[in-house]
Design a protein around this ligand. Structure first.
Ligand SMILES: CSC[C@H]1O[C@H](OP(=O)(O)O)[C@H](O)[C@@H]1O
Ligand code: ADE
Length: 294
């Protein structure tokens, strides 16, 4: 198991979604296999340099898309990124559009999530009681950076939107799709949760570039399937790659202290240090030590 220490800190991570299994322009330094207390991450993590910045890249579904949205090892992924010293996490996701104006090929930088998942481990902290604030699961400062970069690339960009995270792996029924629309949500996907919640528990600064790939199944003339989704991703992946190449140098590394997510656990740990089992302290030390070693 990796020790959680990091000789060469990697401040930025990109988590690639469906259709994004590598990061263009990354000068790969190392492919690191990290064993975590939550098992193995989705894939070995590529560590490299882009624009003089250290960046980690992790394909969420594995190198060969072997994990479905329910079986992605979200907790191992977050633990592994934290162990590298990552703070800024930019993710890429394919999503269905629940609004006419969000045309397939457009990008959305979502600002909230409705979590409908029900069979995924949804906390890093099973052995104690921790309650973090999740009012805004996507970091506002990082969202602004993403919005600027998408616009600068000339890609149509929707600057807000609620992402409904369903369990899947089947797509929605028509009735479910209409229900999600009636909630006023903009996007439907299968992976933002528990990823965003775990990122907050790990005090990471997290935001998502969502690529609209389809109108889900609410429009009379459209029905979603993987072939359609992948065709749109293929047509737009070059945009996403260019956006990411802009994002990495634009991340304000020097403003880390301003990001509230970095203090998410400050008032969230209910269980007193002396009541936390020793093995949990070891397993979760990379998240908890700064609060418990006082
Ligand atoms: C390939 S269609 C469904 C699949 O795509 C999205 O994944 P990701 O968010 O990793 O891009 C969606 O959530 C489903 O997992
Ligand atoms: N319509 C849809 N529903 C859920 N996940 C998706 N990912 C891409 N399109 C989707």
């Amino acid at each position: 198991m990796s020790t959680g220490t990091n000789d060469l800190r990697v401040p930025i991570a990109i988590i690639g979604g469906s259709g994004l299994y590598e990061l263009d322009g990354l000068k790969v330094i190392e492919e690191r296999t990290i064993e975590t207390p939550f098992g193995m991450p989705s894939a070995p993590i590529l560590i490299g340099e882009l624009d003089g910045r250290r960046v980690a890249f992790l394909p969420r579904h594995g190198k060969n898309h072997e994990y479905n949205p329910s079986t992605v090892p979200y907790r191992a992924n977050i633990w592994a990124l934290k162990s590298l010293g990552v703070f800024w996490v930019v993710t890429v996701s394919a999503v269905g559009s629940l609004k006419e104006a969000i045309v397939p090929g457009h990008v959305v930088i979502p600002d909230n999530i409705i979590d409908k998942t029900y069979r995924r481990a949804n906390t890093l902290f099973d052995e104690l009681a921790v309650h973090v604030n999740l009012t805004y699961p996507f970091d506002p400062m990082l969202r602004e950076v993403l919005i600027e970069c998408v616009k600068a690339e000339g890609v149509p960009c929707h600057t807000e939107g609620t992402y409904v995270c369903m369990e899947g792996p089947a797509f929605s029924t028509r009735a479910e799709s209409e229900l999600h629309r009636s909630w006023g949500a903009s996007l439907i996907g299968m992976t933002a949760m528990p990823e965003a919640r775990l990122a907050r528990e790990a005090e990471l600064c997290y935001a998502t570039i969502a690529l609209s790939t389809d109108y889900d199944c609410w429009k009379d003339d459209d029905e979603v399937d993987v072939t359609n989704v992948m065709a749109i991703i293929k047509q737009n992946v070059a945009n996403v790659r260019r956006i990411l190449q802009r994002v990495i140098p634009a991340i304000p590394l020097e403003r880390e202290e301003e990001c509230e997510a970095g203090r998410a656990l400050q008032f969230g740990i209910m269980t007193p240090a002396e009541a936390i089992p020793e093995d949990a302290r070891k397993k979760l030390g990379i998240f908890l030590d700064k609060y418990l070693d006082q």
